[in-house]
Write a protein that binds this ligand. Structure first.
Ligand SMILES: C[S@@+](CC[C@H](N)C(=O)[O-])C[C@H]1O[C@@H](n2cnc3c(N)ncnc32)[C@H](O)[C@@H]1O
Length: 330
């Protein structure tokens, strides 16, 4: 049977964690877990209604599941102890190095990111303009802002940010990604000023770099330790600056869509791109950021409409979601 073949294939690809977790969801969503699978206790901006000014609301005295907040030194490329330990997960880095040439192929493995780009840019434009009191309707609303795109890949977010007037730094742990990003941005005078570096957030913290806005889209699910990674993002953010993170929720729906459908049925992504157990729920991400001195102000979901082939902003955070936070004043 096809379903049996699929489960066998998943077991081969995720021998240690994914299939057993899915077969026994209580391992993740146990009654002891402070994070139920829903996100009802998280303040979101309603994209179906006129936007209100939401105040952040986070879980009271929760703790994080065991797999979050521990730096797995066995998967880190560096054993050196620094104040901000390495976010690198070697197997994740290898996956991205293997497909680096395909960044600008809009029909390739990064097709979902290309399709999602206008929607995530609209969230970034609206939240950053509100926070920094910029006019979202002008041609270059980010003029005067220093923005870093952490885990920039081939630069598909960095370039629009630069066109909107920001002074952009794009960093990625994969050298090939940075080469592709540099080549591509050099084709347009509006993007050729982007500073691309093959490095990590924690390395830039060591160099005491600071940015008005720190953005890491679809990266946190690929790092060795999400808590440490967020501490580095916070350290790169100026006081009262902005931090924006997007990722995939650890829900049954995300298993069905982001893994089974995207990797095994539609073949949008190479098999094994995502590990379901590495996903964070919105509540977990809010808590991790809160501990890193970032207060989440707004959360939104991205939903895909298979009829139009387009993504849109939504209140539904059950699969893809994005958060906007501000660094607490120091
Ligand atoms: C799914 S891609 C997202 C790319 C880009 N942010 C976007 O959304 O268009 C994840 C990227 O993060 C990079 N990456 C993974 N771990 C990283 C780390 N610890 N530090 C910097 N980059 C990392 C990968 O090389 C890859 O380019």
């Amino acid at each position: 049977m096809a379903s049996t073949r699929l489960i066998r294939s998943l077991r081969r690809n995720y021998p240690h964690n994914l299939v057993p977790h899915f077969a026994n969801p209580r391992r993740i969503f146990s009654p002891k877990s402070p994070f139920p699978a829903t996100s009802s206790n998280l303040q979101t901006r309603s994209y179906a209604e006129i936007p209100q000014s939401p105040s952040p609301k986070t879980p009271q005295n929760p703790t994080l599941p065991n797999h979050i907040g521990k730096n797995d030194s066995s998967s880190s490329s560096s054993t050196e102890k620094t104040p901000f330990s390495s976010s690198l997960n070697d197997s994740e880095i290898a996956k991205f190095a293997a497909i680096a040439e395909t960044w600008w192929d809009s029909e390739g493995p990064f097709k979902p990111l290309h399709l999602m780009n206008p929607t995530r840019i609209s969230f970034i434009r609206s939240t950053l303009c509100r926070h920094f009191r910029k006019d979202p309707y002008c041609a270059r609303p980010f003029e005067g802002l220093k923005i870093i795109d952490v885990g920039c890949g081939g630069g598909i977010l960095s370039e629009p940010l630069a066109r909107m007037g920001a002074t952009v730094t794009g960093i990625d742990a994969v050298e090939k990604n940075i080469k592709i990003a540099r080549l591509h941005s050099g084709l347009d005078p509006l993007t050729s000023s982007i500073e691309y570096c093959c490095t990590t957030a924690e390395q830039l913290v060591e160099e005491q770099r600071k940015f008005d806005a720190v953005i890491a889209l679809e990266v946190i699910e690929h790092v060795a330790d999400p808590s440490e990674f967020c501490k580095s993002l916070a350290a790169l953010t100026v006081s009262h600056g902005a931090t924006i993170i997007s990722t995939i929720n650890r829900s049954i729906r995300s298993y069905a869509t982001a893994i089974v459908a995207a990797e095994y049925i539609l073949n949008w992504l190479p098999k094994g791109t995502h590990e379901w157990s590495s996903f964070l729920t919105p509540e977990e991400l809010v808590l991790i950021l809160q501990r890193a001195s970032i207060s989440v102000q707004e959360t939104a979901g991205f939903v895909y409409n298979p009829l139009t082939g387009r993504w849109g902003l939504s209140d539904d955070v059950s699969v893809n979601f994005i958060v906007f936070g501000t660094k607490n004043k120091q």
